[in-house]
Design a protein around this ligand. Structure first.
Ligand code: BG6
Length: 469
């Protein structure tokens, strides 16, 4: 069957500063730079964040490839540790200003809608050392940083984003030890999560003041939504899935879109004495400063059952649920993540039905594959048909939701070019463009050309029957 998207639909890719630019010329270190120096063995093949995909030096060439691929939208992030020279005053580093201005200007002049994110897991180590987002002063410093970015690049950037996946640094840094500072403390994580939302809302507030006369400028946040499917319809499993959804999805989604935290979540945290410290004035800022549209990253759902083993030890979200392996699941063996394209449709329906059909777009979706050189043809091009099928399957369900009235206006892939990924480094490749890590040479993959043709063909896509499940 054929599916079609509207003429003005946004097609593009997303990436982040720390994962693509590298660390050259940065005046400060992020937690990732610091962590790598301390424990290089924590990183796949000990590849650290110093060079990554070298976009700091090769962005001009990369923008030419974006043009060649006909992409009409692009997201990246500014590195706090690059732009700001003095965290206390928000004074910028002039070299960084010149770099970002030229980068964004060239993207814009290429007719590509540019979205710029302010935080992609990359807390400056100096600020982490004073508590990161557990410290209210860091909230103020973040707003100062944002203000500097708005001043320096406000004329060039179309859409601003405060945070990418704000729940992830909480999961990685305060619960499951994926990322530095590898603390295990749910209560502290809740405080850091709450202050992240406050930093977001106060940034939105500043933005709205600064751009009050420019209705074309918009601000958003990127949330990774991981709907929780209960094992069955038993009341215990349904309740467990609901709690998982409250803690990992609605905790951020509700305040940024509705201006309020879910009452059931507040009651749950209160019953455990893990509510964060807050003031009425802060809640007012959260209430009054909602986003203009929502950005959603979707990779995989979660599969949930009530606890079958007794929960012991310090309080963790798993007090209320357990993950289980769904027998019919399809897994991307490289990343170990479930592939379930229909969930994208369900996310769209949830936003349509429970969030007043809030305007949104997909800002990350993609498939990380290891050893992609094994899929090269004789010309040296990665034949990533698996990625093309993955995209088609997801677009089928997204299109269905749009046909049914969902106000989704774009789809961005993770990612433009193979990029560095936190502790996984270059293990799983996601790009439409292959990166040769040794030579920094770029080669467009088959999926890149497929994406280009799809855009050129007026966004019409042929979906084979076997891909509709
Ligand atoms: C998203 C992040 O969660 O997933 C990206 O925003 C990340 O930064 C991407 O790279 C893919 O995850 P991973 O761990 O496979 O690189």
């Amino acid at each position: 069957m054929k599916i079609k998207f509207s003429k003005d639909f946004l097609w593009g890719t997303a990436i982040s500063g720390p994962q693509s630019e590298g660390a050259l010329d940065k005046p400060h270190e992020s937690i990732m730079d610091f962590w790598y120096k301390q424990n290089p063995e924590d990183f796949h093949n000990q590849v650290g964040p110093e060079v990554t995909s070298n976009m700091y030096l090769q962005y001009r060439e990369d923008i030419e490839i974006m043009k060649q691929l006909k992409l009409n939208s692009y997201r990246t992030s500014i590195q706090w540790t690059r732009l700001i020279k003095d965290f206390e005053t928000g004074e910028p580093d002039l070299k960084a200003v010149a770099f970002y201005r030229d980068y964004f200007k060239r993207v814009k002049e290429s007719g590509i809608v540019i979205s710029v994110n302010l935080f992609h897991f990359d807390m400056p180590i100096e600020l982490q050392n004073i508590g990161g987002f557990e410290n209210l002063h860091v909230v103020d410093l973040f707003v100062k940083y944002a203000e500097t970015a708005f001043k320096e690049f406000g004329d060039l950037v179309d859409n601003w984003i405060t945070f990418n996946e704000p729940v992830v640094p909480i999961e990685g840094g305060y619960l499951y030890k994926w990322y530095y500072p590898k603390i295990v403390d749910f209560k502290r994580g809740i405080q850091a999560g709450y202050y992240t939302i406050l930093a977001h809302s106060r940034t939105v507030k500043t933005f709205k003041k600064m751009f009050a006369n420019d209705s074309n400028k918009q601000i958003s946040i990127v949330l990774n939504l991981t709907p929780a499917y209960p094992k069955d319809n038993s009341p215990e499993n349904m309740e467990a899935a609901k709690i998982r959804d409250l803690i990992f999805n609605k905790s951020f989604l509700d305040p940024v879109v509705k201006g309020e935290f879910p009452k059931e979540l507040i009651a749950l945290f209160k019953s455990e004495n893990i509510l964060p410290i807050y003031t009425k004035e802060e809640l007012k800022d959260i209430k009054e400063n909602i986003i203009d549209f929502l950005e959603v990253n979707y990779y995989q759902p979660s599969r949930i059952q009530s606890r079958i083993t007794p929960f012991e030890g310090q309080i963790m979200p798993e007090k209320w649920f357990e993950n289980y392996e769904w027998a019919e699941r399809r897994i991307n063996p490289h990343r170990g993540w479930e592939i379930n394209p229909k969930t994208l449709y369900e996310i769209a329906k949830d936003i349509q039905q429970n969030y007043n059909n809030f305007k949104w777009l997909v800002t990350e979706n993609g498939m990380g594959v290891e050893n992609e050189h094994l899929f090269k043809d004789e010309t040296g091009q990665v034949q990533d048909d698996y990625r093309i099928d993955f995209i088609k399957e997801h677009l089928y369900w997204l299109n269905k939701a749009i046909e049914e009235g969902s106000s989704c206006f774009g789809y961005q892939m993770w990612t433009f070019i193979d990029c560095w990924s936190w502790a996984n480094s270059y293990k799983n490749r996601y790009g439409l463009v292959e990166l040769d890590l040794k030579t920094q040479k770029r080669i467009i993959k088959k999926s890149g050309f497929w994406f280009k043709e799809m855009i050129e063909n007026g966004k019409e896509i042929e979906i084979e029957d076997n891909l509709i499940k």
